[in-house]
Ligand binder design. Structure first.
Ligand code: SIN
Ligand code: FE2
Length: 205
């Protein structure tokens, strides 16, 4: 069990300064040289429009065998790179000061990439929140409720924005309708990077 310092959905617009965004973007892109972005395939056999990679002890992936966390990159078989310290610090500040995240999913949205409405529910313990960091082009983000049929609201997530799904919102449906191409110059070649920090394994304590 963890004592969460925050509850529900929270958004910190512009939490990362332009300098911090640039530093994090270059760190992420450098790490993606060792753990390259790739296009995952859903269990149903459809290629996702986002490219993904992971940092941390566990990485989220999908393939014909289903959705799961695993310790290694599916192409290289190598362990995922460590989660950058700046992200660990952000998690400690905004999500959980005691238990660090063990997984960071990195999504790269280029062109028409989007993400359908879903819940994050492949983690062992939903008492840990999910912390999301946006870099690059603005996303049209959709947030619903615990049921797929619940009403949704649309909001924009811009570069440097950080949001938290905690408490009741931990299992809220969410997705990305589209990316506003050209809204940022942060990512070389354009696009958006989203980093979601999670505690995927069981509580260490
Ligand atoms: C996700 O739910 O994995 C990504 C959300 C986002 O890109 O903002
Ligand atoms: Fe998600």
């Amino acid at each position: 069990m963890t004592v969460s310092t925050t509850t529900d959905f929270r958004l910190w617009p512009g939490k990362l300064s332009p300098d911090a965004q640039a530093a994090l973007a270059s760190e992420v892109l450098a790490l993606s040289q060792t753990a390259p972005f790739y296009k995952p395939v859903t269990p149903g056999g459809k290629a996702m429009s986002v490219e993904t990679t992971n940092f941390g002890a566990l990485g989220w992936l999908t393939d014909a065998r289903g959705y799961r966390y695993q310790a290694t990159h599916p192409m290289s078989g190598a362990p995922w790179p460590a989660i950058p310290q700046g992200l660990l610090d952000l998690w400690a500040e905004l999500a959980d000061p005691v238990t660090p995240p063990d997984a960071c999913l990195v999504n790269l949205y280029r062109g028409e990439a989007r993400m359908g409405l879903h819940q994050d529910r492949d983690e062992a313990d939903f008492s840990f929140p999910v912390l999301s960091v946006s870099l690059g082009d603005t996303a049209v983000f959709r947030l619903g409720g615990p049921k797929r049929s619940d009403p949704t609201r649309s909001m924009r997530l811009s570069s440097g924005d950080v949001c938290l799904l905690a408490g009741e919102a931990r299992l809220f449906h969410h997705g990305v309708d589209r990316i506003l191409a050209g809204s940022s110059r942060l990512i070389p070649g354009g696009g958006r990077i989203n980093l979601t920090l999670r505690r995927a394994g069981p509580s260490p304590g």
